[in-house]
Design a protein around this ligand. Structure first.
Ligand SMILES: [Zn+2]
Length: 750
């Protein structure tokens, strides 16, 4: 019986090799082709369609309706001839008979009252009323509406490399954003009887046609967001003359809209180091009261964007500040009612400016002329150049620390969406994680550069542990369609953000990771990437085989739980110097000392971020901020700095050696590098980092021998909480009941 035959007989019955934790992803990923290559880059025949819009829209403040008329020019850059075009009618999700309403799973206990039930189950007709679909010459076009999708039946095919223009006119009722818990709509302020509109998904928008899906015309059910082609926009927005309007793009007719003094303020803001008012709180208050009924048209232009949103209100205070990214001035701006203050005038525009600079470093240079944050009570929702963000203080202007952090987090997050998916334009209808996960990851980096030890909710490995160790019935793999994802926040935001953080801190290291991540962003800016393009680029640019990582973290629901199950101590018998016989010694069962080291990100950021924004600009610190700063200063003293990276090869001749055989068990299923801290007898510690490939031949149990110059008192796995190991109690030898790192830290402080 030869060896190969023996292996085949013994191993094949037990291991399904395509499911093996280190199996390559080949059968799971699409075959590389001329459009997307095997390196994860756009292929030599990559193409994408273009959709340009000219829109006239009027916002009726008296009856809260939108009336619009658009000319879409659609350019077919694909090699295919098209018989029909698909257009998205997202507002039809608010039709009285929409599928979203029908498939909503309900129990009476989910609602506060019958009227709450009626509101939330949309007894509100907010669907599109399509008035006309015509050719440019006014001739009607044949079309069919299938729920949230409209198909134009072309008389003549739209040939490859040609374009077509057509007109659509429509209107709809704007919903109350809060009661419907919607991405867009209005908020009514009963005290001064004014509306604040944040308007999105408000016009019929082209679907994406590409090499991956053909037409991406999966119905809009509410959870899976948007998939849109790039194009240029010219949009004229008619509103009551007291309204201030802000939108995707650059304002074209400020000279007709703003007073000379406001125009001057706008010029000054371009070169200001801090936000300046364009519309002051006093001016906004006057507009609130005047309620002028005359109309004004605000004209905007935006190039190379995938969508267009706007906001309008008499209540808007407007501030702005110019920032420079790679030699280009970008206007960071905020629009908010007085109800947003004091938080908004203190922070919003500074957060926009910080986010744009921070993301530009890790992804691509921000390419647009403006970046805007608009106040809306509770939500966070993103569009190109503009986003709607929550964070409202109490009526008396006081606010909880949590309100401040929610506001900071949501503004960094939503402004960050400019990069994912507005520039790196992934398919949100299919994959929520591709924009939310990547964005949440960079959000974590930006937060840590805003305030030292910012209490980031998502990103650090230890924050995902509860989710990862939860009941598998309530967990889906990251690679699940947006509509079917269980626990969307954990699965599509938290877990992928953590996975990327683990790649950066532990698997690849910061230098390799940052280069590969930036390569992905540069390759796919202003294009449509897929998961495979991301997976392939990260490997191709780093020389790190990550198929096991994508398989475990993105395609499975396994979690990391590595245990130390046995430690045996051997010593060379002194009488027998040159033999291999060792005497086994009992392991010292003394308890390990409590160590005060912090999670890996804290330690590394302490060194890598020389100055956070709140250290440069101390006006960012309110009373909560100063308290936190004092706490951080005390933390930094506890950061463990005298770890030695263990080296087994620098022994001197005749030096005494201590051998330890350690047995590791993979209890969680997800394979992981082994990070071990050895506590030596003399009080020093050494860190050992073993790549994940130690599990290549046996993914359940491995053992390894370590040699030390000193006797070892004990070992600890994952000392910097960097692998998302869900069970800490089996990480110690001798075994001990463990507290979390923060509990340990707080205990030692007390
Ligand atoms: Zn988001």
């Amino acid at each position: 019986m030869n060896k190969i035959y023996f292996l085949a007989v013994i191993i094949f019955p037990f291991v399904n090799w395509s499911q093996h934790k280190f199996a390559q992803l080949d059968e799971l990923l699409p075959t590389p082709n001329e459009f997307r290559n095997a390196a994860g880059a756009p292929g030599h025949n990559y193409y994408q369609q273009k959709a340009d819009y000219k829109i006239n829209v009027s916002l009726n403040d008296a009856d809260q309706t939108i009336h619009g008329e658009e000319i879409i020019t659609y350019t077919n850059n694909s090699p295919d001839n098209l018989e029909y075009l698909w257009i998205q009618l997202d507002q039809n999700r608010k039709n009285l008979d929409s599928d979203s309403k029908l498939i909503q799973v309900e129990k009476m206990e989910d609602f506060k009252s019958i009227s709450d039930l009626e509101l939330k189950t949309f007894y509100f007709d907010g669907g599109f009323k399509i008035e006309d679909v015509t050719a440019i010459d006014g001739q009607p076009l044949s079309y069919f509406i299938n729920k949230t999708m409209l198909r134009i039946n072309l008389k003549n095919i739209l040939a490859s490399k040609s374009s077509i223009s057509f007109k659509i006119s429509w209107w709809y009722h704007i919903n109350d954003r809060e009661t419907l818990n919607a991405r867009s709509g209005y908020e009514y302020f009963p005290k001064d009887k004014n509306y604040l509109y944040t308007i999105a998904q408000w016009f019929p928008r082209m679907c994406v046609y590409n090499d991956v899906e053909g037409w991406q015309n999966k119905q809009f059910l509410g959870k899976g967001e948007f998939t849109l082609p790039f194009g240029d926009y010219e949009v004229n927005i008619s509103v009551p003359s007291g309204h201030i309007v802000t939108a995707t793009g650059e304002l074209q007719n400020q000279k007709d809209i703003l007073s000379p003094i406001q125009l001057e303020r706008l010029e000054n803001a371009k070169v200001s180091d801090e936000p300046l008012f364009i519309i002051t709180p006093e001016e906004a208050l006057r507009s609130e009261q005047m309620k002028s009924k005359a109309l004004k048209i605000w004209k905007f232009k935006a190039e190379n964007v995938r969508d267009f949103a706007f906001a309008s209100s008499r209540k808007f205070i407007w501030d702005a500040q110019g920032i420079i990214v790679n030699g280009k001035t970008i206007m960071a701006m905020s629009f908010y009612p007085k109800e947003g203050n004091p938080l908004w005038e203190m922070y919003s525009t500074k957060l926009v400016a910080h986010t744009i600079k921070s993301y530009s470093k890790y992804t691509v240079d921000y390419p647009y002329p403006v970046a805007i944050s608009v106040h809306s009570k509770w939500i966070g929702m993103e569009y190109p150049m503009i986003c709607f963000n929550g964070g409202r203080p109490n009526e008396d202007g006081s606010y909880a620390e949590q309100t401040k952090y929610s506001m900071w987090g949501v503004i960094i997050h939503e402004v960050g969406h400019n990069f994912f998916p507005m520039i790196i334009n992934s398919d949100e209808r299919q994959w929520t994680w591709m924009d939310e996960g990547l964005n949440t990851f960079v959000q974590y980096l930006a937060e840590q550069e805003w305030e030292r030890n910012y209490p980031s909710k998502r990103g650090p490995a230890e924050n995902i542990v509860n989710y990862m160790s939860g009941d598998k019935v309530n967990i889906s793999p990251i690679m699940t369609n947006s509509e079917s994802v269980l626990q969307l926040g954990n699965n599509a935001y938290g877990k992928p953000a953590t996975a990327l953080n683990i790649l950066r801190e532990t698997i690849m290291g910061r230098e390799l990771f940052d280069y590969a991540f930036k390569t992905y962003c540069e390759r796919w800016k202003f294009k449509h990437p897929t998961p495979a393009d991301f997976f392939r680029t990260m490997e191709d640019a780093s020389a790190v085989d990550l198929d096991w990582f994508w398989r475990g973290w993105f395609y499975s629901t396994d979690h990391v739980d590595v245990a130390i199950t046995a430690v045996t101590h051997f010593k060379e018998a002194s009488s027998n110097k040159n033999s291999k016989i060792l005497e086994t010694l009992p392991f010292n069962k003394e308890q390990l000392p409590n160590t005060n080291d912090l999670p890996i990100g804290y330690i590394r950021n302490q060194r890598s971020i020389s100055e956070t924004l709140n250290e440069k600009d101390i006006t960012i610190n309110d009373h909560y901020g100063w308290k936190r700063k004092a706490f951080n200063d005390s933390i930094s003293k506890y950061i463990y700095t005298n770890d030695v990276l263990h080296k087994e090869y620098d022994f001197e001749n005749n030096q005494e050696k201590y051998y330890y055989e350690i047995n590791f068990k993979n209890e969680g299923g997800l394979v992981s590098p082994i990070i071990l801290r050895a506590f030596l007898e003399d009080g020093t510690t050494e860190i050992i980092r073993i790549p994940v490939e130690i599990w290549l031949l046996n993914t359940l149990e491995v053992s390894k021998i370590f040699v030390f110059k000193k006797k070892v008192k004990g070992f600890r796995l994952d000392p910097f909480l960097e692998t998302a190991d869900t069970e800490l109690s089996n990480n110690f030898w001798p075994a001990k009941n463990t507290l979390s790192r923060f509990q340990l830290f707080m205990q030692s402080k007390n």
